[in-house]
Write a protein that binds this ligand. Structure first.
Ligand code: C5P
Length: 227
């Protein structure tokens, strides 16, 4: 029989601030694979729903919004960060804020919203491979992925990292409020009924507390390319 090998996927799931975003991007660059930032999709829907003045707890309205929102990732003209277009508007900067993260987390607990984003995510699986960053990449979206990582770090360390990132972007936040928000979001993501944040049974657990980013990248690459 003539089997076509499925396109390989490396799933990197974990809580916010675990370093998933940076690690996923660097690992994808190193492997020459595509990158799916699934959190950006939830942020985009939360943003679109907010911009339309919807009540984020109105499951039907937010689901219709998720089904109709056009989300596009576009390489930036100056070689910088990938731009994210939401219904044609470059919302990259707005999507990075804590407000957008909280809105994403709220609408992400609606099962029909998650369903509306499934095909879009599956479409990222193209040759030569995909690095998929999120909460349910290894458990729900790509359960057959040959490589799975669950990346964590302590809440205190994650709050510190996020604080540094946001400060560098000139945003005005306090460390204590960030840690509280991170813990609240973790709790909501891990305790929701649909696609809760949890490691796939076969995922390799990587705790990045106290590790430098290049050490984490090397550790994750070793899952795909064992020495
Ligand atoms: O990863 P990021 O912080 O951008 O994700 C924002 C929110 O989107 C998360 O807090 C989570 O609620 C939701 N999310 C999700 N499933 C994913 C990715 C993100 O529920 N695969």
């Amino acid at each position: 029989m003539n089997h076509i090998a499925p396109v390989p996927v490396l799933t990197i799931d974990g809580p916010s601030g675990s370093g998933k975003g940076t690690v996923s991007r660097r690992v994808a660059e190193h492997l020459g694979w595509r990158l799916l930032d699934s959190g950006a999709l939830y942020r985009a829907v939360g943003y679109a729903a907010g911009a339309a003045g919807l009540d984020l707890t109105d499951a039907e309205a937010v689901t219709r919004c998720a089904q109709s929102t056009k989300i596009r990732f576009q390489a930036s003209a100056d070689g910088g960060d990938t731009r994210i277009l939401v219904n044609g508007h470059d919302a990259t900067d707005e999507l990075r804020t804590e407000t957008a993260g909280a809105a994403a987390s709220a609408i992400a607990s609606i099962a029909a919203v998650r369903q509306a984003l499934v095909d879009l995510q599956l479409g990222f699986r193209k040759s030569p491979g995909l690095v998929a960053d999120g909460r349910d990449m290894g458990t729900v979206i790509f359960p057959d992925a040959p490589f799975k990582v669950f990346l964590t770090a302590s809440a205190a360390e994650r709050a510190k990292r996020r604080y540094k990132q946001l400060k560098e972007k000139g945003l005005n936040v306090t460390l204590a409020s960030l840690q509280r928000e991170i813990e609240a979001r973790d709790h909501r993501d891990a305790s929701r009924a649909v696609a809760p944040l949890k490691p796939a049974p076969e995922a390799v657990l990587v705790d990045s507390t106290g590790m430098r980013i290049d050490q984490v990248v090397a550790r994750v690459l070793a899952v795909v390319q064992p020495q």
